[in-house]
Design a protein around this ligand. Structure first.
Ligand code: PFF
Length: 449
């Protein structure tokens, strides 16, 4: 596809909603609150905010600028500047493929839980809710039906293209998500007994900050902002030439952070108000919260709104995971969009079938001690995203050149970028690559922080 005929987002808000849709996902609604709780409450929040500013937004500007400058998605963008770097783009494509194959499974769970919430969760006993969750995810057929529904929705939107698909649906889903989360947060913080949860969530304890806190915060910044796999780069390639990159690249991470923060306000006050423990990860959302909703007045309403929220958040992220894979097939292999979407979406779903089954009938089949579901998560999150994020930062700063990137980011100097020089000379050149390298090396155990 040539630069001339390439589709672009129809408006600035279209890009912002699509990119925010990519960023805001399961990472915000269950992972962020759980990390906050585990790593020192408000103290973690402050560390996280600093990292969003000095690394998240920095890499965000780099990806969007590279995408818009080259008007190519992941592989093509690297190739356009230096062909020998094309494999870096491919790492991102592979990461997207792997993430979507298990993300789609969890997206399917959110649909099932939405229907369960409408029917009313059976018990306020987390043990019973835990059994319900365990027997659902390990079932050989039920979760596959919901994963299939989720993937069909994802494929349908990407199939419809940029303006008629991604932009149109993000414009509807993101405001809906925002309204739902605000209503849920108000409900949660006004529950009798909410204050214990607020204290747990918001009272800083700086003594809890350790090297691990920093690593967790940085890992979260990467995952939550969809960096390192070409989603943001590819969306940047559909951004029109006169848009203001510094402005959109600050708005999106701020929206992402706001939603993550609100998710904590929904979850912790409610969990504490009903006397539950803020257990970790998936258990918090799929086991503890159903128990909470079964006790809460109008729990059917709030519970179904909550799982609908997770579904919307997961869906807008899923389309941003499929789009770079599809764009790659279109640009590099000359496929037509519809064919690329249906075929690649179906292959990803097929891998997702095995990921889902690995929570049940295939749980005895392990590679490196992990079932397929966990393996896909581990390899993509701990290896591919940081490696590709690191190489992208190095590429933009040193191969393409941060001055050239700054020219793009400021529309040849016509757009205000208050900290543009800092970005080009310090942050993207040194701070971001060094910090990402530290996180990566420590997450694979090569160094200790
Ligand atoms: N940012 C998404 C979340 O927080 O759930 C997950 C994600 C989407 C990661 C797209 C990477 C990506 F490319």
């Amino acid at each position: 596809m040539t630069g001339e005929s390439r589709e672009t987002f129809g408006s600035k808000m279209g890009f912002i909603f699509a990119a925010a849709g990519s960023a805001i996902g399961l990472g915000n609604i269950w992972r962020f609150p759980y990390l906050v709780g585990m790593y020192g409450g408000a103290a973690f929040l402050i560390v996280y905010l600093v990292m969003v500013a000095i690394i998240g937004i920095v890499c965000f500007v780099a990806e969007v600028s590279l995408g818009r400058h080259t008007r190519q998605s992941n592989v093509g963008a690297f190739k356009a500047i230096k062909p020998s770097w094309a494999p870096v783009g491919l790492i991102g494509i592979i990461a997207g493929f792997m993430i979507l194959s298990f993300y789609g499974v969890v997206g399917g769970w959110s649909i099932y839980y939405f229907f369960k919430a409408i029917a009313g969760f059976p018990s306020a006993d987390p043990g019973v809710c835990g059994d319900m969750f365990g027997s659902f995810v390990s079932h050989p057929v039920s979760p596959l039906i919901f994963t299939a529904l989720f993937m069909i929705a994802t494929i349908y939107i990407v199939y419809s293209g940029i303006q008629d698909g991604i932009e149109k649906y993000s414009n509807i889903m993101m405001p809906a998500l925002f309204v739902i989360i605000v209503i849920l947060a108000i409900r949660s913080v006004t529950l009798p007994g909410a204050s214990a949860g607020l204290e747990f969530y918001l009272k800083p304890d700086f003594s809890k900050i350790t090297g691990e806190t920093l690593l967790a915060a940085l890992g979260q910044v990467f995952f939550t902002l969809s960096l390192g796999m070409g989603s943001i780069l590819t969306y940047g390639s559909y951004l029109s030439q006169d848009e203001n990159i510094p402005s959109v690249c600050t708005t999106v991470p701020l929206m992402d952070t706001l939603i993550a923060f609100l998710a904590g306000l929904v979850i912790f006050p409610a969990v504490f108000a009903y006397g539950f423990e803020p257990t970790s990860g998936g258990g918090l959302v799929f086991i503890t919260l159903p128990a909470v909703f079964s006790e809460m007045p109008a729990g059917i309403l709030f519970g179904s709104a909550f799982f609908f929220l997770i579904f919307l958040a997961a869906l807008t992220s899923a389309i941003s995971l499929l789009e770079p894979v599809v764009a790659y097939m279109i640009e590099e292999h000359g496929w037509e969009r519809r064919r690329a979407t249906v075929i690649m979406g179906s292959i990803i779903f097929a891998v997702g079938i095995f990921a889902s089954l690995s929570n049940g009938v295939l749980s005895g089949f392990k590679i490196g001690g992990m079932v397929l579901f966990d393996l896909l998560d581990y390899i993509s999150g701990n290896w591919l995203l940081p490696i590709s994020g690191l190489l992208t930062a190095i590429f933009v700063a040193w191969v393409w050149g941060s001055d050239n990137a700054l020219q793009e980011a400021t529309n040849d100097g016509t757009v205000e970028f208050a900290w543009g020089n800092l970005w080009a000379n310090v942050l993207i050149k040194y701070v971001a690559p060094i910090l990402i390298a530290i996180v990566f090396l420590s997450s694979i155990g090569l160094i200790k922080v």
